[in-house]
Design a protein around this ligand. Structure first.
Ligand code: ADP
Ligand code: MG
Length: 139
């Protein structure tokens, strides 16, 4: 059975451009409830650990630098079939390939600065949510 939570990050460029509100609005319109949320600044070590699965990829070091270049907003989102439905709402990794109406189509700048992160599986959603939030911060 599909899980009912996913995890998202509003990435540094989207936060600094003032897109936090508009992105949260799209999340709300998409039928997701916010189960936890906060704004924070990742250290290099934290960003390296979060993106550990990509450490052999050529873009890893750049991605870690980018994700530590400014504050981000992290949130746990709740909805039936959350992981799959949120991936649909955010659109393709490369915003040039993202469909009309998706968050990345509307707010992304580039493949790297692609506005948001979204978990790719129920298992990773649970791991990512626990990486950022204590039990008492989740509702
Ligand atoms: P997604 O975020 O869609 O799940 P990936 O998990 O493959 O995509 O990659 C993680 C993040 O790494 C992307 O969101 C993007 O910020 C960055 N990234 C992925 N591919 C590239 C690339 N070819 N060049 C630069 N950055 C990339
Ligand atoms: Mg991914």
């Amino acid at each position: 059975m599909a899980g009912n939570i996913t995890f998202t990050i509003i990435k540094p460029t989207a936060v600094s451009k003032g897109y936090t509100g508009p992105i949260l609005n799209k999340i709300h319109e998409g039928g997701f409830a916010i189960s936890a949320m906060k704004m924070l600044f990742l250290t290099t070590g934290e960003a390296q650990r979060f993106y550990e699965v990509h450490k052999e990829r050529p873009f890893y070091n750049d991605l870690v630098s980018y994700m530590t270049s400014g504050p981000i907003v992290v949130a746990i989102l709740k909805k039936e079939n959350a992981v799959e439905d949120y991936r649909k709402l955010i659109g393709a990794t490369d915003p040039a390939k993202a469909e009309e109406g998706t968050i990345r189509k509307a707010f992304a700048e580039s493949v790297q600065a692609n506005a948001v992160h979204g978990s790719d599986s129920d298992e990773n959603a649970a791991i990512e949510a626990t990486f950022f939030f204590a039990d008492m911060e989740r509702f």
